[in-house]
Design a protein around this ligand. Structure first.
Ligand SMILES: Nc1ncnc2c1ncn2[C@@H]1O[C@H](COP(=O)(O)OP(=O)(O)OP(=O)(O)O)[C@@H](O)[C@H]1O
Length: 195
């Protein structure tokens, strides 16, 4: 994301939270069910799916990570954090979580305060750019068909919406002027998905 010179300094910034484990007041609801072995809240009640940051799992293995993602996915929570990284699972269907209400909800919120969302990433990049007056970069990676293009569209949608809030009209011009997001194909990748 390119910083547009002339934007105001000192806009309230964002930072990654030191740690957090449970869902914020976002689109997903706190639901305590499911079972994954040792992942309990201490009272014997399985609570794994409340973890919206994989780093909060007490047992961190491929199995627990996949199980946590699966449980969230079944609740239509397609986004999960791994600290500052957003893991997205393609739902292959429309979810009503990308309308302007969500842009507003994630506006100027620290990453991790609300439920994981692509808009949270866009918002942090945007406000960090304004605060630090430096270009920002969001790397979107995944195998073919995983949703990279769609995620990019949501990202740009959020960025343009944020830039229309008055104080940064130049940012919108910069975003749109940047044209298509550069797609990088990693040489020598052995992934069968064409990434
Ligand atoms: N968050 C989402 N919600 C609904 N549908 C999605 C979402 N993400 C992806 N999709 C759908 O999944 C399909 C594949 O997504 P997309 O084209 O973004 O994948 P891709 O990673 O860019 O693939 P490729 O690398 O082959 O270009 C599309 O039909 C898209 O609409």
């Amino acid at each position: 994301m390119l910083y547009s010179p002339g934007q105001p300094r000192g806009h309230s910034g964002h930072g990654y939270p030191e740690s957090r484990g449970h869902s914020g007041p976002g689109h997903d609801q706190s639901i305590r069910e499911g079972a994954l072995g040792s992942e309990t809240d201490g009272g014997g009640v399985p609570s794994l799916e409340e973890y919206d940051d994989l780093c909060s799992l007490t047992t961190l293995t491929e199995d627990t990570i996949l199980a946590a993602l699966r449980l969230r996915f079944y609740k239509h929570n397609i986004y999960t954090y791994a600290r500052g990284i957003l893991v997205a699972i393609n739902p292959f269907k429309f979810l009503p979580i990308y309308n302007p209400k969500y842009v507003m909800m994630y506006n100027n919120q620290p990453l991790g305060k609300l439920s994981p969302h692509i808009f949270a990433v866009a918002d942090v990049a945007y406000h960090t750019m304004l605060k630090q007056q430096e270009n920002q970069c969001v790397v979107i990676s995944g195998e073919s068909g995983s949703g990279k293009t769609q995620s990019t569209n949501f990202l740009i949608h959020c960025l343009t919406a944020l830039s229309q809030k008055g104080y940064s009209s130049g940012v919108k011009r910069t975003i749109l002027g940047a044209g298509p997001v550069l797609e990088v194909r990693v040489r020598g990748c052995v992934c069968e998905g064409g990434c």
